[in-house]
Design a binder for this molecule. Structure first.
Ligand code: G3I
Length: 364
């Protein structure tokens, strides 16, 4: 595939970090075309996330219709090779078919219809893979990027009809018929999503997954939500002695201005909830789509090495709480933000200076 040559005499990422946490990456659905990619993946990674194939729009385009062809291959391959599969994702505003929460005319289905669709979709997906998905990103990116934390996580949930930064179809459908006097609101889809995931796949670890999670507002909203929902679950008649939200996924889509002290504060706050943590979609971009950093100039390269080093030093420090670190992209060519040269491997598969720095600090 392309001109990519993987050098498997390099240190293996998963071996280098095995005393700290598992190491993962993503695969796109065309990965079966390339044995070299699969060999490289097995060599470096112990966890795989489907970059797109397991998102709702690719699994179910219409009610009652499910297509697991691509994901079946991926799950089978991972299982045969002892690689953990991360289920990404069940409930999201993006890449999801409208039937889940909207009528054909674009209006929102009622709260009870939304709940029934949510249960049907989650049940179908998680039972299909039962026992083979190590952890589910049950709810992905539920929060807006607000400036100040209001004191109530529910007020920060996405609930716009369009606006990409705030669109929240599940919230709006769940609000359609909610009885405020009974304490119901659009926010109830979160508890239900985790409840159905636990009910139909009790073996999987259930995660909330979010980006810009180092920002003070999202940090507090995520942590408070995890604490309150776990508390509510502990009083539920079906309580099983476990947290309902067991994991917090820190996407970690970083860039040159990401504040590492904020990352530390989020790690500290999330640890305090009692949940485990995974770094789920890490990359560090430079430049912008209009001003690409392809390749990085020497100054950017130096800064990227520093940032990967600082972040991995933090991950080592918090490794007792971190289950997995996943990089979002096998190399700079195949990254969703290829303009920013964000990964550990260059466009031809060569190890970048950042790779060498990361591997070196694993042994320190
Ligand atoms: O499938 C269509 C194809 O039919 C069409 O010809 C082509 C033309 O552009 O587009 C294809 O869809 C693309 C899809 O990836 C599958 O390749 C979309 O345009 C493209 O926008 C989509 O991007 C994905 C993005 O999620 C969508 O939000 C990226 O590959 C994927 O890396 C990215 O992953 C997300 C995580 O799931 C959640 N966190 C953020 C992360 C980055 O947005």
């Amino acid at each position: 595939m392309n001109n990519i040559v993987w050098d498997l005499s390099l240190p293996s990422l998963k071996e280098s970090f095995k005393k700290y946490f598992n190491f993962g990456n993503i695969l796109a659905k065309n990965f079966f075309d390339c044995e070299e990619t699969l060999d490289m993946f097995k060599y470096h990674y112990g966890a795989v996330t489907a970059e797109n194939a397991m998102k709702p729009m690719y699994i179910s385009t219409k009610p009652g219709s499910y297509d697991f062809d691509h994901t079946d291959k991926l799950v089978e391959w991972a299982y045969e090779n002892g690689i953990d599969v991360v289920g990404h994702t069940l409930v999201w505003h993006g890449q999801s078919p409208p039937w889940l929460n909207r009528n054909p005319d674009g209006t929102y289905v009622t709260r009870s219809e939304a709940k029934s669709n949510l249960e049907e979709y989650i049940k179908h997906c998680v039972t299909h893979y039962s026992g083979r998905i190590y952890s589910w990103d049950v709810v992905n990116e539920p929060f807006r990027d607000d400036k100040e934390f209001s004191g109530n996580w529910r007020e920060h949930l996405r609930r716009d009809t369009d606006n990409e930064r705030a669109v929240g179809h599940w919230y709006l459908a769940y609000a359609n018929g909610a009885d405020a006097e009974l304490g119901e609101s659009g926010a109830d889809y979160i508890f239900d999503a985790f409840y159905f995931a636990r009910r139909y796949d009790p073996n999987a670890t259930l995660y909330i997954n979010e980006y810009n999670e180092e920002s003070p507002t999202k940090r507090e909203a995520i942590a408070q939500m995890v604490e309150e929902i776990n508390e509510e679950w502990s009083k539920h008649p079906n309580y099983d002695g476990r947290f309902l939200i067991e994991g917090i996924g820190m996407q970690s889509h970083c860039n040159e201005s990401t504040n590492i002290e904020d990352v530390r504060k989020s790690l500290e706050r999330f640890c305090n909830t009692g949940a485990i943590i995974s770094i789920t979609e890490m990359d560090i971009t430079f430049g912008s789509p209009e001003n690409p950093a392809k390749p990085l100039n020497p100054e950017q390269n130096k800064r990227q090495i520093e940032m990967y080093t600082e972040l991995f030093n933090l991950y080592k420090e918090f490794s007792a709480y971190i289950e997995r670190v996943t990089i979002w992209g096998k190399n700079d060519l195949e990254s969703w933000r290829a303009w920013g040269s964000p990964t550990l491997f260059g466009v031809e598969g060569e190890a970048k200076d950042s790779f060498n720095a990361v591997v070196e600090l694993a042994s320190k």
